[in-house]
Design a protein around this ligand. Structure first.
Ligand code: SF4
Length: 214
């Protein structure tokens, strides 16, 4: 029985998408609020392995469309994507674009070849990873079908980013986000209102003390 691999999560907007796993886990894996990949060592998958997954998914799609029985244990994910139109895909896991640019390009090209009907491909990425990629690399992803990048900014306040162990400063978030926008890719940033709690919501204790002394 053929089988393809899938990761644990995707954004809510990707509930009806094909899930293509490029990496396992998150290379950072330290954010204080995140348990998505705890206990999972980060791994970048072989390009050939990911391409084989795409081939299996394409063959399941063809079998489902022609009414043949399908035994793959993850076939329901392909059926779900087809049920939702079969035109969107999401690249997993938490920082898929940490993969080398040439490898990402080969996978996107293969996805385009096997699923020409796909019109939207999105991925999670860390802003630090985006800041380390050239605009030319990101443009090449867009030309191969990558349409949107989801980044967990959480906050733009450096002391809070440090407390939650985000592994990025406001400056890194800005540089990473700007690079995505400059490449013509949609940028979806996630913010966590209230993350600071009562203690920091109106500024750090030191800034509050300073303003109360004025
Ligand atoms: S970077 Fe994202 S996936 Fe990784 S630990 Fe932080 S929130 Fe979780």
């Amino acid at each position: 029985m053929n089988c393809f691999e899938t990761g644990p999560i995707r954004p809510p907007s990707e509930a009806g998408s094909y899930l293509i796993r490029l990496t396992r886990g998150c290379p950072w894996n330290k954010c204080g609020f995140c348990r998505s990949y705890r206990g999972l060592a980060f791994e970048i998958r072989d390009v050939a392995e990911v391409m084989a997954d795409i081939d299996v998914m394409a063959s399941i799609r063809d079998d489902l469309k022609s009414g043949k029985p399908v035994l793959d244990q993850n076939a329901y994910l392909v059926a779900n994507a087809l049920h939702n139109g079969g035109t969107t895909a999401f690249l997993q896991d938490g920082d898929s674009l940490a993969m080398k640019p040439d490898a990402v390009r080969r996978i996107l090209a293969h996805l385009q070849e096997r699923f020409p009907e796909i019109t939207r491909i999105t991925s999670y990425a860390r802003s630090r990873t985006m800041a380390s990629r050239s605009v030319a690399d990101l443009v090449s992803y867009r030309e191969l079908g990558l349409t949107r990048i989801h980044i967990g900014m959480e906050s733009g306040h450096d002391p809070l980013l440090e407390i939650i162990k985000k592994g990025a400063t406001a400056d890194v978030h800005i540089r990473g986000g700007k690079r995505v926008v400059e490449a013509g890719i949609e940028l979806s940033e996630y913010i966590m209102p209230g993350l600071a709690g009562r203690e920091l919501v109106r500024g750090t204790p030191s800034t509050r003390r300073a303003s109360s002394m004025r």
